[in-house]
Structures are given as structure tokens and as C-alpha cells.
Design a protein around this ligand. Structure first.
Ligand code: NAI
Length: 331
């Protein structure tokens, strides 16, 4: 039998945590033959709720679950973890300034970077979900220099999946037949969902989405804004964040990173830029990637038209602004 993998979930008593933790315990994230030990971290005010989740994990009688640690101690939570899913943070509430949210989260991510660096497994894979996701991941990368920077990523797979969903709905095709959309840039409303390389598998082979959807106007306007604003639309409808689809996307991200992407398919991940497509090195930017043997690589050589270029640059500029704002808080 395989050795259990230790998975840390921070902010585990929150909305996404409640949807995500049973998925991990059921093997959705790492496969049906991979035992797991789940470490759950939250803050003191949420300790009782966290204990409730711990009781439910016991009651779930999950065959793959080999242990649970529920704690408010960051060092204990990070101890020897192989995978860290960072959901914890201060959400932006009505009337709260973007700057205020940023300053509080940046200091949380700096502190948790140091804890991961000291206590996590040396090759720990990190996925930051909490917003501002790209910039939190950037801070984590800068303050955990002993963790390989390629191991620090942020979630844009939810946006990627949303884009697949919109195309499938428009064409009335199965979502599993749609592939190779791209989310470029920041997990924010400046992200650029790009369909120029996306295809649909039909009975007569793979056909480009641009050929199937003649309505360029829809693809260049409504499709993009629907994906960009989907999170807000769900909060408006549910009065809570899109926890179910976020949790599912977290599983997809880690699953594909660890177990690989299928031949001919790429996915979107927020990863460290090394200058591909002219994006400033060091930023955490969402790119199309393929994964093999636990490593991602950016899909190279895609043709970028003028429309895409402008949108890719706009979201990169927002990330540069966020980075300098974040650093202004750290002094
Ligand atoms: P939530 O507010 O329900 O849960 C957040 C949890 O983090 C709370 O239990 C809180 O006590 C905890 N927390 C706060 N400070 C902490 C700290 N220092 N250490 C550990 N835990 C801490 O929020 P929800 O809905 O679960 O969302 C989590 C985050 O994910 C939010 O920042 C949200 O904006 C973001 N998000 C990102 C998405 C993406 O695609 N990247 C999609 C959906 C949400």
C-alpha cells in the first residue's frame, strides 16, 4: 500500500474548506488508491467550528483517510505536509477597501510562508486560493525561499473550468469534449479567458471553437465578461462564495499537477513567470500548462493576436500594481 500523503488545508473551517475536505478524503484529489492524512488549520475564533468538521470527518468513515490534525497552531499544521492548500485569509466584505484586504492578507501569507519553510516537507507543493490569490502566492514565494519556486502556484482552474462550461453550454456539447481554453493573468476581473486555441471533439474530429461559434461578438465580449464576473454572480445568487466549484477546481489543479495532464490537453495554473509571452519574470501569472511527473511546464509558441496581447498586458499590469502595493505594506 502507498504511504499516506499529508495534505494541509488552511482556512479549513470556511466555506470552501467544508466542500473540499470530504473530496480529499474520498480520493477525488489524489486518486482512489492514495491514502491521505488531512491537516486542518484555522484561527482561534473558528476553533469550535473546526472541531465540528473534525467530528464529521470521523463520521464519514472514509477508507482513504488515515489521520486528521485539526489545529490553530501554524507550526503543527505545517508539520511535514506534502501538499498545502491555502484557503485561509480575510475576505473582502462590503465597504472594505481593497488596500485594507491586501494589507491584512499579505501579512498572513508572509507569516505562513515562514511556517511552511520551517516545517513542511522540502518538496511541498503549494496552491494558494485565498484572494488576492496571485499576490498572496507571490508573497509566499518570496518569503519561503527554500521551497522551490515552481512548487508555489495559485488557483485559476476555476476560471478555466468556467470557460469550458460556458463554451459547452453555448454549443450544447459535453463539457468533457471541450478543451484548451486559457486563462491568462490575474485571478481577478482583469483575467483574460482566451478561446483562440480551444477545440471541441466532435464525431468529425477536433474542431476549433472559433469555427464552431461564428458569433465573434459573443466570444469577444459576453463570453469574456461572464467568465470574469462569474464569482460575483454566484455570490449574488447564493449569498456565499462559489465554494462547491472552487473546491472541485482545487482537486482538478492538484490532481493534474501530481498525476499529469492528458496527452494533447493543457490546463490553466497561476505559476511563476520566467518571461514566456513577454510577462515580467517573477510574477505569479496564469498560463496554459501541461504537467508530467509532478512538474508543470508552460505551453510555448502559441500565436497571440493584437486583441489578446492587449488583454494579457492589462492583467499583467494589474499584478505589477498589486505587487508594489503588497511590498508597501511589508516595508
Ligand atoms: P471563508 O471566509 O468562508 O473562509 C476563510 C477561512 O479562513 C475562515 O474560516 C477564517 O477563519 C480562516 N482564516 C482567516 N485568517 C486565517 C489565518 N491567518 N490562518 C488560517 N485561517 C484563517 O472563505 P471561503 O469562501 O472559504 O473562501 C476562501 C478564500 O478563497 C477567500 O479568500 C476567497 O476570496 C477565495 N476564493 C478564491 C477563488 C479562486 O478561484 N482563486 C474562488 C473562490 C474563493
Amino acid at each position: 500500500e502507498k504511504e499516506p500523503v499529508k495534505v494541509l488545508v488552511t482556512g479549513a473551517a470556511g466555506q470552501i474548506g467544508y466542500a473540499l475536505i470530504p473530496m480529499i478524503a474520498r480520493g477525488v484529489m489524489l486518486g482512489p488508491d492514495q491514502p491521505v492524512i488531512i491537516h486542518m488549520l484555522d484561527i482561534e475564533q473558528a476553533a469550535e467550528a473546526l472541531h465540528g468538521v473534525e467530528m464529521e470527518l470521523i463520521d464519514g468513515a472514509f477508507p482513504l483517510l488515515r489521520g486528521v490534525v485539526a489545529t490553530t497552531d501554524v507550526a503543527e499544521a505545517c508539520s511535514d505536509v506534502n501538499i498545502a492548500i491555502m484557503l485561509g485569509g480575510i475576505p473582502r466584505t462590503e465597504g472594505m477597501e481593497r488596500k485594507a484586504v491586501m494589507s491584512r492578507n499579505v501579512s498572513i501569507y508572509k507569516a505562513q510562508a515562514l511556517a511552511l519553510e520551517q516545517h513542511a516537507a522540502a518538496d511541498c507543493k503549494v496552491l494558494v486560493v485565498a484572494n488576492p490569490a496571485n499576490t498572496n502566492a507571490l508573497i509566499l514565494k518570496e518569503f519561503a525561499p527554500s521551497i522551490p519556486e515552481k512548487n508555489i502556484t495559485c488557483l485559476t482552474r476555476l476560471d478555466h473550468n468556467r470557460a469550458l462550461g460556458q463554451i459547452a453550454e453555448k454549443l450544447q456539447e459535453h463539457v468533457s469534449d471541450v478543451k484548451n481554453v486559457i486563462i491568462w493573468g490575474n485571478h481577478s476581473s482583469t483575467q483574460y479567458p482566451d478561446v483562440n486555441h480551444a477545440t471541441v471533439t466532435t464525431s468529425s474530429g477536433e474542431i476549433s471553437v472559433r469555427d464552431l461559434i461564428a458569433d465573434d461578438k459573443w466570444l469577444n465580449t459576453e463570453f469574456i465578461t461572464t467568465v470574469q464576473q462569474r464569482g460575483a454572480a454566484i455570490i449574488k445568487a447564493r449569498k456565499h462564495s462559489s465554494a462547491l466549484s472552487a473546491a472541485s477546481a482545487v482537486c482538478d489543479h492538484i490532481h493534474d499537477w501530481v498525476l499529469g495532464t492528458p496527452e494533447g490537453t493543457w490546463v490553466s495554473m497561476g505559476v511563476c513567470s520566467y518571461g514566456s509571452y513577454g510577462i515580467t519574470p517573477g510574477l505569479i501569472y496564469s498560463f496554459p500548462v501541461t504537467c508530467q511527473n509532478g512538474k508543470w511546464s508552460i505551453v510555448q509558441g502559441l500565436k497571440i493576436d493584437e486583441f489578446s496581447r492587449a488583454k494579457m498586458d492589462a492583467t499583467a499590469n494589474e499584478l505589477l500594481e498589486e505587487k508594489s502595493l503588497a511590498y508597501s505594506f511589508l516595508g
